[in-house]
Write a protein that binds this ligand. Structure first.
Ligand SMILES: [Mg+2]
Length: 267
């Protein structure tokens, strides 16, 4: 399903951090938050968990693009009559941050490591949840590279993809690759958990994959199948120790994420 052409972005990017030794890029839903907000909406207000999981599996198996599967999920919430403002309220009341993220973010800020959210979700929802959880000021400091939303006069809404021509909708590799072209590229950390991170997985120096108690370890399954080295993390307080070791030079990337893996042979 990977598409080699560089997709045209319909939305702007923040400037590349040119002079940093380390940069953190992280998925938002289910990674910085404990539960994926779009999954939450779909499972409870859209067509339900069973169909949503089938969509995730179809994406993993390459039977459907993430772009089309994700739009179906969100459209099922719209069809059931939920406005975008209602969705914002639902998520403000139900989505919480990873218990270690605030401290992780503060440490990165103090150590000159930019943290950029790279999400397939819609930026206005992310900002609303983030402001609710860490305050407006801190929320505004964090860069967000995500998709957007179009809201119609009749209250219906639809996701607006950053890369409509890409099967990923938002090809997250496009947030990472500009760093590779810098004269002195930083070490790139990427944090993720699910099918929305497939486009980013192989482009990070150190890939952190969030462990899931509910068995929805889609990014881990993908990495194992494709032979992409990664390290599992439970929450950001645990990840902070590993990032700190690399930044301070007490451990190498290889020490933390291990050697490159061999892809599993498809039967
Ligand atoms: Mg996610």
């Amino acid at each position: 399903m990977a598409e080699s052409a560089v997709p045209i972005s319909t939305l702007p990017y923040p400037p590349v951090h040119r002079d940093k030794k380390f940069v953190v890029l992280s998925d938002w839903d289910g990674t910085i938050t404990t539960f994926d907000s779009n999954d939450y909406l779909t499972d409870n207000y859209g067509y339900g968990k069973e169909k949503r999981r089938q969509g995730n599996f179809d994406v993993l198996a390459g039977k459907m693009t993430f772009r089309d599967s994700f739009k179906e999920m969100l459209d099922s919430v719209v069809v059931n009559g939920h406005t975008f403002e209602q969705c914002k309220d639902i998520l403000r009341n139900n989505i919480v941050l990873d218990p270690g993220f605030k401290e992780f973010h503060a440490w990165c800020k103090a150590n000159d490591v930019p943290v950029i959210i790279v999400s397939s979700g819609m930026a206005p929802l992310i900002r609303a949840i983030l402001a609710n959880l860490i305050g407006e000021e801190s929320a505004n400091e964090i860069e967000i590279i995500a998709n957007d939303v179009a809201i119609n006069d009749n209250g219906t809404w639809a996701i607006q993809y950053r890369h409509p021509s890409s099967g990923f909708g938002h090809d997250k590799s496009q947030a990472i690759l500009p760093y590779r072209d810098l004269p002195e590229p930083p070490v790139l950390f990427f944090f993720g958990d699910g099918v929305s991170d497939i486009s980013a997985a192989k482009h990070a120096d150190a890939l952190f994959v969030k462990q899931k108690e509910d068995g929805e370890n889609d990014l881990a399954s993908y990495c194992i199948r494709e032979g992409i080295r990664h390290v599992l993390f439970r929450d950001f307080s645990q990840a902070l120790g590993m990032v700190e070791a690399i930044v301070k030079g007490t451990q190498t990337v290889e020490d933390v994420v291990g050697p490159h893996l061999t892809p599993q042979v498809q039967a």
